[in-house]
Write a protein that binds this ligand. Structure first.
Ligand SMILES: Cc1cc2nc3c(=O)[nH]c(=O)nc-3n(C[C@H](O)[C@H](O)[C@H](O)COP(=O)(O)OP(=O)(O)OC[C@H]3O[C@@H](n4cnc5c(N)ncnc54)[C@H](O)[C@@H]3O)c2cc1C
Length: 411
């Protein structure tokens, strides 16, 4: 079990992967006073053109870390709207009206690329608390030694750190290097995503989607579901469109498989005509396969810990994957703060796993249920009409500082 010689020694931390999770970890740990190096396999941390809603459990940390949220141009969500699949008529609305009062922050809907850029700036900038994280691109990690804290890279370089945070995404290779062998089942669902500009929507007479400040749903009883929202200061509308995998037997993997608006329309023949018009005029239409991962047995080994999708890949139906990655990062910042520096590194990493694993697993399971039933999605599920249903209060009202303190008291 790794230990520190001095209780207040500042640590040298490696973060493998500079996606939303890795960057958040770098911010949180630099603010806690540690020296962070981010290793990214490419020359950038790639993000895709799509929306990303960050509920208060994620936005709370963005605020705590002084991220310039307004500059990242979010649309602040005010409600969830449910439409009739065929006519588009509004069937139900869940108002989020007093959200900030209830949960302490706004429910922010970002363009993913905007948020990624702002997190990267906060992690590496000379401004802000702590020492700026160093970003080393073209450093694809190929092996880790969890006991020695050693990383080997494809380019031949090696590095040794006190802690290694593996934030290398859903297809994490580092996960297997620490002995976690995922059990993965292809989901019965695939998903298209596309975006369309506000100017184009106005041209098409579809500007109604620009003024709702909402996440809007069509379907959701079963596999078929369209999720539409506006982001980037209402200049971009983004759609996720879920459909049965059996329709095109997509076997390729990745975020970058292109398709056409015609294909999208053909997938949903009896859908609201307004959405079909939107699809035919959309840009950047991609599709991807969805997978179910069983929760992993452990997340921590020696000096290594998994974070984000590498630790808890989940279906997107609670819009919580990135929020959970931000929470993971928040937990590291708290646990590796001066307040808990009397613990050894091994104890701190175990505490991280204890704090995070059960909550993230709950979200993983609730996301799987929500894949086929919109009434399981937080917001729509808030009435807790069924035992075990996850509620918006549980997710958005979470106080991690208190939870960590309670866990430490019980150690
Ligand atoms: C359709 C869909 C919609 C979603 N919507 C939402 C939403 O609204 N709200 C929300 O909270 N979440 C949402 N999510 C989930 C969210 O996108 C992910 O959970 C989040 O992006 C995961 O971030 P990450 O940093 O863990 O992984 P990634 O973003 O995958 O980042 C991994 C990084 O590691 C790098 N890397 C990989 N291997 C190596 C290596 N060997 N060495 C070095 N670098 C490496 C990669 O290049 C990448 O930069 C959605 C997901 C999907 C699929």
């Amino acid at each position: 079990m790794p230990s520190k010689t001095q209780p207040d020694t500042k640590l040298s931390v490696a973060v493998i992967g500079s996606g939303l999770g890795g960057l958040s970890a770098a911010i949180s740990l630099r603010r806690a006073g540690h020296q962070v190096v981010l290793y990214e396999r490419y020359d950038f941390g790639g993000e895709v053109g799509a929306s990303l809603s960050v509920a208060s459990n994620g936005s709370r940390f963005l605020e705590e870390w002084n991220i310039d949220i307004a500059a990242a141009k979010p649309v602040v969500l005010r409600k969830l709207i449910r439409h009739d699949w065929k006519t588009g008529e509004i069937q139900g609305t869940y108002p989020l009206g007093d959200y900030r009062e209830r949960f302490g922050t706004d429910y922010n809907n970002f363009h993913r690329i905007d948020l990624h850029q702002h997190l990267k700036h906060a992690a590496t900038s000379q401004l802000g608390e702590g020492v700026p994280a160093e970003l080393k691109t073209w450093h694809k990690a190929v092996d880790v030694d969890p006991e020695l804290g050693r990383i080997k890279f494809e380019n031949g370089n090696e590095a040794v750190h006190d802690i290694i945070i593996c934030a290398d995404g859903i297809r994490s290779a580092m996960r297997e290097r620490i002995g976690v062998l995922p059990r993965i089942q292809p989901s019965t669902s695939c998903c298209y995503r596309c975006i369309i500009s506000a100017d184009k929507l106005r041209e098409l007479g579809l500007d109604e989607y620009l003024s709702n400040y909402a996440i809007e749903f069509w379907g959701g009883d079963g596999i078929d579901k369209i999720v539409l929202s506006s982001c980037s200061d209402n200049n971009v509308v983004s759609c996720y469109c879920f459909y049965p995998a059996s329709k095109n037997d997509l076997r390729e993997d990745g975020w970058d498989i292109s398709t056409t608006g015609e294909n999208l329309v053909a997938t949903f023949p009896d859908l609201d005509e307004k959405l079909k018009t939107l699809f035919l005029n959309a840009e950047d239409i991609k599709m991807w396969r969805l997978y179910n991962h069983e929760p992993y047995e452990y997340w921590v080994r020696g000096r290594c810990a998994l974070l984000g999708d590498a630790a808890h890949p989940m279906l997107p139906d609670q819009s919580q994957g990135a929020c959970m990655a931000i929470e993971d990062a928040g937990a590291l910042g708290i646990i590796f703060s001066d307040q808990y520096s009397h613990l050894s590194i091994g104890e701190q990493l175990k505490l991280y796993e204890m704090e995070r694993k059960s909550r993230a697993t709950k979200l993983q399971e609730a996301s799987r249920r929500a894949r086929l039933d919109l009434n399981e999605r937080i917001g729509w599920s808030s009435k807790a009409d069924k035992p075990g249903k996850l509620t918006i209060e549980e997710v958005c009202g979470y106080d991690m500082h208190q939870h960590v303190a309670a866990l430490v008291a019980g150690l």
